[in-house]
Design a binder for this molecule. Structure first.
Ligand SMILES: [Zn+2]
Length: 253
């Protein structure tokens, strides 16, 4: 689906007008600016470009950058409440129509207890001030939720549409929603849990069709359309589907 090429965070002595990430590309013939959903501004440089010119460049393209960033912001849904250090108080899985409240208790234990699951209350036994640790634990809980919900529905979908694959896995990926290897191993992004069900289904169908066509050829899209008549609008909507993923999931570790 989407290729990921976020490299390293770039910092320069003089403060740049916008936070950004740099990628040097052998294929780039000139500088390109790209606004990305999770990584913010991406500056693609041709080989040999002097990085000290970047702040200047950003100043010159300020209007475009602000507009591009604003476009992302206006699509963002109402944010859910967070703790002071950015941890979630509420976790909403759109595709499952499920909402969890997270209760932090700092008794020093390091396991995530899911207590009172019928009330969808997640008790996180870890020091709430240790945001990194809490976040890691929430992410591993998230992966377990994704495995137990996404895999069975993927299996069902594959069987009902008569697709064969060798294995299905969930993985917390930065910017790919799913992938299919030539050996028929399909990976689904944990973040799909936050998307509406029709988009999750579209991604699953998309990856299953890659078991037949390992490309985005006409034949591939024809096959996708047989299994998802609304594929065109779904595919278009996927371009902004990042908006469903809460920030605490997407920040770099
Ligand atoms: Zn694809």
């Amino acid at each position: 689906m989407f290729s990921s090429f976020f490299t390293h965070n770039h910092s320069v002595p003089e403060s740049p007008p916008f936070p950004y990430t740099v990628k040097v590309s052998t294929r780039a013939k000139s500088v390109r600016l790209k606004m990305t959903p999770h990584g913010g501004l991406l500056v693609v440089l041709p080989v040999g470009f002097n990085k000290k010119h970047i702040p200047d460049l950003l100043h010159r393209h300020e209007a475009w950058i602000k507009k591009a960033a604003g476009r992302f912001d206006q699509h963002r849904p109402e944010p859910l409440p967070l703790t002071e250090n950015g941890l979630p108080c509420t976790i909403r899985f759109f595709c499952l129509d499920e909402e969890w409240s997270v209760v932090y208790n700092n008794k020093g234990r390091t396991v995530v207890d899911v207590s009172d699951a019928s009330q969808k209350r997640l008790l996180l036994s870890a020091d709430v001030d240790d945001a990194d640790r809490c976040r890691r634990q929430l992410l591993s809980w998230l992966k377990r939720q994704a495995a137990s919900h996404l895999i069975p529905s993927f299996e069902k979908l594959a069987a009902s549409h008569d697709f064969k694959y060798s294995e299905a896995l969930v993985w917390l990926q930065h910017s790919r929603w799913g992938s299919c290897s030539s050996g028929g191993i399909i990976t689904l992004n944990t973040k799909l849990l936050f998307l509406p069900d029709y988009l999750v289904r579209y991604i699953m169908i998309h990856e299953l069709c890659h078991t037949v066509h390992m490309n985005h050829s006409k034949a591939f899209w024809a096959l996708v359309s047989r299994h998802d008549p609304l594929w065109r609008s779904n595919n278009r909507e996927m371009k902004s589907a990042w908006k469903y993923v809460p920030p605490w999931v997407s920040v770099s570790p």
